[in-house]
Design a protein around this ligand. Structure first.
Ligand SMILES: Nc1ncnc2c1ncn2[C@@H]1O[C@H](COP(=O)(O)OP(=O)(O)OP(=O)(O)O)[C@@H](O)[C@H]1O
Length: 322
């Protein structure tokens, strides 16, 4: 588990970063060989905030998360997690973090409860007032719905059960910052809903959560703020509603008249409905209005990137939030 020398002291980077935010990233760059994956990412997360990172395959989400976790060295930029540079964070700093990586396939012959008890021991010296570490294993098993699997060997778990165990490992130390890289891949609907409740509960405990997903409904349910990464840049961020408002998308109006269903796309649903009701208000029933969604915004913003306009999308976004 130790990724850095125990004696290496965590130091906050100098410059514009530091302060009360749990995560602060400025001008983050990552280059693999001659491939620039991150070209200047800025990101900030407050304590207790749930930030969801969206982006197409290969956008650099995992790379960003692994840099913040201290598992990957960055090419350039300033990064502070809980006030420390992840590249030099010590064990005390690491004990304040929780990590759920995209895949973690080890300890197959261990039993579920043994592994959790083993990992839990790492956190025991790092309790703080109001934050007792680690969480009791029984409580943890119950929280992630693995009580019935406690004595099972890990290599006999299903994909979804293994993922639940990954989440348990991520939260065993009652983290102040929790990184979750596609945590719900393989979850059935019930596990997914339980996981969403879990994240809401963690946020209530003032845990900062940074989560990547390809599930836009999940992003909308969980995020205080959504961030879209494309072309190595943050091309947009905000709540799902704020993002939807950024893209010009028609609303879809549906209604029934004389037993027949009608659908109409319009940029101004209110004006259209006024007209519809004025013309045939008595006969119209079952009105539904679907406004631009997070999915519309995501598709538009990512499409701009894929058509080579990521830099323009990022500067348009910077202009809008100024
Ligand atoms: N160790 C590495 N060496 C070289 N290239 C890498 C390395 N790790 C990642 N990459 C490349 O960096 C880019 C970003 O990868 P990353 O895994 O961060 O994307 P992602 O947004 O998490 O994608 P996904 O949604 O598919 O999980 C990809 O083009 C990937 O091939």
């Amino acid at each position: 588990m130790a990724m850095v020398d125990e004696d290496t002291r965590a130091e906050a980077p100098s410059g514009a970063l530091g302060g009360a935010a749990a995560i602060e990233v400025s001008g983050l760059r990552m280059r693999y060989g001659d491939h620039d994956v991150l070209c200047g990412v800025d990101l900030r997360a407050r304590r207790g905030e749930v930030v969801v990172v969206l982006g197409p395959n290969g956008a650099g989400k995992t790379t960003t998360v692994e840099i913040l976790e201290g598992f990957r060295a960055r090419s350039a930029g300033e990064v502070a997690v809980l006030g420390a540079d992840p590249a030099t964070g010590d064990e005390r700093w690491r004990a304040r973090l929780g990590v759920v990586m995209q895949s973690w396939r080890d300890h197959g012959r261990w039993r579920v409860d043994e592994l959790l008890a083993h990992v839990a021991r790492f956190y025991a010296p790092y309790s703080e007032p109001g934050r007792v570490r680690p969480r009791p294993v029984d409580e943890l098993l119950e929280t992630v719905g693995l009580t019935d699997c406690a004595r099972r060997r890990i290599n006999t778990l299903s994909g979804g059960q293994r993922r639940r165990l990954d989440v348990a490992i991520g939260i065993v130390g009652r983290p102040e910052v929790l990184f979750l890289d596609e945590p719900t891949a393989g979850f059935d609907p019930e596990a997914r809903r339980d996981f969403h409740d879990l994240v809401h509960g963690l946020a209530d405990e003032d845990t900062t959560v940074l989560l990547t997903t390809h599930d836009l409904d999940e992003a909308e349910k969980l995020a205080d703020r959504i961030l879209i990464l494309a072309g190595g840049r943050v091309v947009a961020q905000g709540t799902a509603d704020q993002l939807a408002a950024q893209v010009p998308a028609d609303a879809e109006v549906k209604w029934t008249r004389g037993g027949q269903r009608f659908v109409h796309s319009t940029p101004d649903a209110t004006a259209f409905l006024r007209g519809l009701l004025a013309d045939s208000g008595d006969e119209v029933a079952g009105i539904e209005v679907r406004r631009a969604s997070l999915e519309d915004a995501y598709m538009t913003l990512v499409h701009r990137h894929e058509t080579g306009d990521a830099r323009a999308a990022a500067s348009a976004f910077a202009e809008e939030v100024r």
